[in-house]
Design a binder for this molecule. Structure first.
Ligand code: CMP
Length: 150
């Protein structure tokens, strides 16, 4: 089924002098038959980062995560393709970067991830989450216009 998902390339990837990694990752995404429906580059305020990750607010890594996600620009994209949610998460690799050493060296996190928090990318984990996350970053985007791309 055709789906949309939210892709975030996190500050380590976007920050100069690593900016070339954004181009490399975008090329990989295009090779996997995704379309870029909408893109924007922005820097989150601390409060906005906290809101985006509010489901993790009880976790030990929450303040570290919020600090990291607001420390520099991020690159946000609405990606579309068949099974976009699963496919983008599989390109990213495991959330915990240490796991990439054993099972997913050739994923984006395996190549560019630094720690479990600084894991270089984000992908929505369900259709409901994708809708909420797309709306968070692209409130002007009418998600019902999905039928245009089917
Ligand atoms: P992301 O896919 O953006 O979703 C939640 C984020 O929390 C995750 O990527 C990591 O950046 C961070 N995270 C998840 N688990 C851990 C962990 N065990 N330790 C530190 N950070 C984590």
């Amino acid at each position: 089924m055709f789906q949309l998902t939210l892709c975030i390339l996190k500050p380590d990837i976007v920050r100069s002098p690593h900016l070339f990694n954004v181009r490399e990752i975008i090329t990989l995404i295009l090779k996997r038959q995704f379309i870029f429906v909408k893109s924007k580059r922005l820097q989150l305020r601390r409060e906005r980062a906290g809101e985006f990750y509010r489901e993790h607010q009880e976790k030990f890594f929450y303040s570290r995560l919020v600090h990291y996600m607001s420390c520099g620009p991020i690159s946000c994209h609405i990606l579309g393709r068949e099974n976009a949610i699963k496919e983008w998460r599989s390109m990213l690799g495991p959330t915990k970067v240490y796991k990439t050493i054993f099972e997913a060296e050739n994923t984006i996190r395996g190549q560019h991830g630094v720690t479990d928090t600084r894991n270089c990318g984000h992908g929505s984990d369900s259709v409901e989450t994708a809708q909420r996350e797309i709306n968070f970053f692209f409130p002007e985007f009418d998600i019902q216009s999905l039928s245009k791309y089917e």
